[in-house]
Design a protein around this ligand. Structure first.
Ligand code: PMP
Ligand code: GLN
Length: 400
């Protein structure tokens, strides 16, 4: 039977494979340095992995509680109180999930009904839209514009309507590295307070705010706790992205519904990895805070290096990512440029347009700097050789 006759869900059958998989495969094929997909090239602290290995050998490997190990939920409550002064009950206000990806899916499915509106900020992380559309929701976007990518009350008011059931806020924000400031968050809070919407806050980069900036959870603003879920990821906090341990934290009434979606997505998450993450939160948070300093210095190294080559780096206030304007180097689209870069210069990056909908600029690319310093240095050497050593003879080069 031709696939066209089958009743596939068009949301997924019409989707391309994610750009992260595409660019990582090209990076392997061309032995390129992978500054595309955002994952650290060194695993987080050994004691965390040892704690998980011990649990794997000595503890039960049967289904842990649906909401997650009590020990991990307690550690998450302590972490939230320590960093943000907010108290959540580990029994009724926290659910452990298989990565932030599952936490996002469970939250979107919990809040969005068919015909409701889900508001996203554009550019946005690529998993939000397909899940909202699968729930039958209509996606509305708030377009941010470079280079400031600022969120305004006017744009928020235009997007949030009486039909909005969920507003997804990602700060620090992948892909553009914004850390929304208090003024922007207050505008979000004002607009949401006048609506029925719940805020789904993707805070996986919560500890990666640079230059002394503070990550402010929306939930900490007056009136927001009751209508907000905070999503985190151990993969990001402890450089263990393959573990896929995440969580959702929020008011009991809201978490109860998220837990019901979670029970039919995965039901639960590897108990050994949960123990490892509980250990990490209790003993290895110093690694997380050190990572912030190291990544900030990687950001600076990369931004200075590429600026000398004709890229125009945009500010990166947080996350793993630095974006750059390529219009001084090429007329190609961001995608064509990235394909040429990985093949010919041996450095992989991600075209920014894949994170955007509708009319969009195609002159920005995203580099991930969550790598060892030597790797960033080597990437810069390769880029220098390519752009300054006469190897850059791409057909669409400006002036060529
Ligand atoms: N949200 C954002 C903004 C991300 O960049 C990522 C990256 N992986 C995720 C969610 C998913 O996190 P996890 O790997 O824990 O599922
Ligand atoms: N969050 C990572 C990024 O933005 C990739 C996650 C994935 O590959 N799905 O690069």
């Amino acid at each position: 039977m031709p696939s066209g006759d089958r009743h596939f869900n068009p949301v997924f059958s019409n989707l391309p494979t994610t750009i992260f998989t595409v660019m990582s495969a090209l990076a392997v094929e061309h032995r390129a340095i992978n500054l595309g997909q955002g994952f650290p090239d060194e695993d987080g602290p050994l004691p965390i992995r040892e704690a998980a290995a011990r649990a794997l050998q000595k503890d039960s490997n049967q289904y842990p509680p649906m909401k997650g190990l009590a020990e991990l939920r307690r550690a998450l409550a302590t972490h939230t109180e320590r960093f943000y002064g907010m108290r959540f009950d580990p029994d009724s206000e926290i659910v452990v999930t298989s990565g932030a990806t599952e936490a996002l899916t469970a939250s979107i499915l919990a809040f969005a009904r068919a015909g409701d509106e889900v508001v996203l900020i554009d550019p946005s992380y690529d998993s939000y839209r397909p899940v909202a559309e699968t729930a039958g929701a209509i996606v509305r976007t708030i377009k941010l514009t470079p280079p400031e990518w600022r969120l305004t009350e006017e744009a928020l008011r235009a997007a949030v309507t009486p039909k909005t059931s969920a507003f997804i806020l990602n700060s620090p924000m992948n892909p553009v590295g914004r850390v929304f400031d208090r003024g922007e968050l207050e505008a979000v809070a004002r607009v949401l307070a006048a609506s029925n919407a719940v805020a789904i806050c993707d805070e996986v980069y919560e500890h990666l705010a640079f230059d002394g900036r503070q990550h402010i959870p929306l939930a900490s603003l007056p009136g927001m706790r009751e209508r907000t879920v905070r999503i985190g990821s151990a993969g990001k906090m402890f450089a263990l992205t393959g573990w896929k341990v995440g969580w959702v934290i929020g008011a009991a009434t809201v978490i109860e519904v998220v837990a019901k979606a979670h029970q039919f997505l995965t039901f639960t998450t590897s108990p050994a990895l949960q123990r490892g993450v509980a250990h990490a939160l209790e003993h290895e948070i110093g690694f997380t805070l050190g990572q912030t300093r190291d990544l900030q210095s990687n950001r600076d190294l990369l931004a200075d290096g590429i600026a000398k080559l004709g890229f125009k780096p945009l500010p990166s206030e947080g996350t793993y990512f630095l974006t750059a304007d390529i219009s001084g180097l090429t007329n190609e689209s961001d995608r064509d440029f990235c394909v040429r870069l990985v093949r010919e210069a041996g450095v992989a990056a991600i075209p920014l347009s894949v994170f955007m909908q509708g009319k969009k600029p195609d002159n920005f690319i995203r580099f991930a700097f969550c790598k060892k310093r030597e790797i960033i240095e080597e990437a810069l050497v390769r880029l220098e050789k390519y752009f300054q050593g006469g190897r850059n003879n791409g057909p669409a080069l400006l002036g060529s």
